[in-house]
Design a protein. Structure first.
Ligand SMILES: Nc1nc2c(ncn2[C@@H]2O[C@H](COP(=O)(O)OP(=O)(O)OP(=O)(O)O)[C@@H](O)[C@H]2O)c(=O)[nH]1
Ligand SMILES: [Mg+2]
Length: 460
């Protein structure tokens, strides 16, 4: 199946593997047939060609007689390395000058600068892991919340791929049976029971649906939940943003219409990253700039995953609150209605509202009840589900392939129902297999590969 091996990679590549900039140490990585030989030419210390795999050696990197740095060199002999090629990691002092000098020296001695993602691409091509796992490496590096980290780690360890592969294998079995029938058209035999095939497709569709719907959560986990704080001027939106972030990020004042443009920042709640967006207060206004702000608020609300609708318990009327809830319902985006300024609330209003479902009372100014609000936000994105499901789709490419697979499987089903000929049935099954295979990389094209790996940084 792995036709990738045909692509031979004779070059030895080099790149900085740690983040660019000044640091205590920096790691320069070399991978390829000549990795150890090239490093040996510039390293003075032990003869690296005679070193065992997985050993570390102290010495100096020299350009002729000129010492560039004292370094530690780690040796990984093929195939026991990340790329399954010979790999050398040079840990040097983290100065930009040293890094540049060492890399140039390696290039002079026959290495070539690695392209973005080339180390990971080689690891994939050499069968270290499948494509979904390779992509997870990038996600893992970029993950900055616990949930994103867990999802990436799970995918990297093959959780997601395993499920796809199992489904694919069952389908391959049927495909071959049906293709076998094609050889016996005269005899009119049925190797693959149509009933069993239908059951399998149903099972597959269910699993695919599950993966497809996990994408919503996966996306949330990976990219954070855009959460718009909206409401009338002076409701306390900016105060709430500041209270949540614990920082004086937005200007607060008792003048209605203080916030004109939106202000946003991320906050990790329960392992999920929320992106809070403070907006201009919603009202009719003749002020040109404020009106533009209001327009932006409305646009932001439509793109949000969640809306916190804030109103002022000290001034708002019951009729107005109900009207606003109505408007929110028409928007069709999950929202939570939050009464602010609990410390100064009108008692009658509080009494009238307290039994409404999904209603919270806080004081942003006094930082009261903010924990309840955070719990509510987590509940709304069903954060629990990520703890129970280990298979979450976070990658838009996978999501697309799953949608295509679903379409193709539905074609198979309607093909069976309409008793189409076997060659059509076989074609639709092959089509489903194709799209499933795209996810794990059993099916790849050069375009797809370069597209995926070019999104990595150099050195990964
Ligand atoms: N008593 C009380 N006052 C509050 C509370 N939260 C905010 N305020 C006050 O309400 C006023 C408006 O607060 P902001 O946070 O600027 O309101 P906003 O919704 O951002 O207003 P705009 O940006 O104009 O739309 C300020 O004077 C705040 O100090 C609260 O919990 N209790
Ligand atoms: Mg404001």
């Amino acid at each position: 199946m792995k036709s990738h091996h045909l692509i031979s990679n004779e070059d030895t590549i080099a790149a900085l593997a740690t983040a660019p900039g000044v640091g205590a140490i920096a790691v320069i990585r070399l991978s390829g047939k000549e990795a150890i030989t090239i490093c040996n030419k510039v390293f003075k210390g032990k003869d690296l060609e005679k070193a065992d795999s997985h050993t570390i050696h102290f010495g100096t990197i020299r350009d002729g007689d000129r010492i560039i740095d004292e370094v530690l060199v780690s040796i990984f002999v093929a195939p026991r390395s990340f790329t399954k090629e010979n790999v050398v990691e040079i840990s040097c002092h983290g100065s930009n000058y040293i890094i540049k000098e060492i890399i140039q020296l390696l290039l002079k001695h026959g290495a070539r600068l690695a392209r973005p993602g080339e180390f990971t691409k080689r690891a994939f091509l050499n069968g270290q892991f499948d494509l979904a796992q390779a992509e997870a490496v990038a996600d893992l590096i970029n993950a900055d919340s616990e949930a994103a980290h867990n999802a990436a780690l799970n995918q990297m360890r093959g959780g997601f791929s395993e499920e796809i592969r199992k489904l694919r294998e069952e389908l391959i079995h049927f495909a071959s049976m049906i293709e076998l029938e094609l050889d016996f058209v005269e005899e009119d035999v049925e190797f693959a029971s149509r009933e069993d095939l239908k059951n399998l497709i149903d099972k597959l569709l269910k699993a695919i649906e599950g993966l497809i719907s996990s994408f919503h959560l996966g996306n949330v986990i990976k990219n954070g939940v855009p959460t718009v704080i909206a409401g009338k001027p002076n409701a306390g939106k900016s105060t709430l943003l500041n209270a949540l972030l614990n920082e004086e990020k937005a200007i607060v004042s008792d003048i209605p219409g203080t916030t004109r443009d939106f202000i946003e920042d991320e906050l990790n709640i329960g392992g999920i990253s929320f992106r809070f967006i403070d907006t201009a207060g919603l009202r009719e206004t003749t002020d040109k700039i404020e009106a533009m702000g209001v327009e932006r608020t409305q646009a932001k609300m439509k793109q949000a995953s969640l809306i916190i609708y804030l109103f002022d318990l000290s001034t708002e009327t019951l009729t107005e609150v109900h009207r606003d809830i109505n408007k929110l319902e028409n928007l069709g985006i999950p929202f939570v209605v939050v009464g602010n300024k609990l410390d100064n609330a009108q008692p009658e209003l509080l009494q009238a509202l307290k039994d409404l479902p999904n209603m919270l009372f806080i004081s942003a100014g006094k930082k009261e009840n903010l924990e309840a609000l955070k719990d509510k936000l987590l509940e709304m994105i069903e954060a629990d589900t990520f703890k129970n499901t280990n298979t979450i789709v976070t990658n838009v490419r996978h999501y697309d392939s799953l949608l295509q697979t679903r379409n193709a499987l539905q074609d198979v089903l309607s093909g069976i129902d309409n008793e189409v000929t076997n060659d059509f049935l076989a074609l639709d099954i092959r089509n489903s297999l194709y799209h499933l295979g795209e996810i794990t990389g059993e099916i790849t094209t050069d375009d797809l590969l370069s597209n995926i790996f070019s999104k990595f940084c150099i050195g990964k």
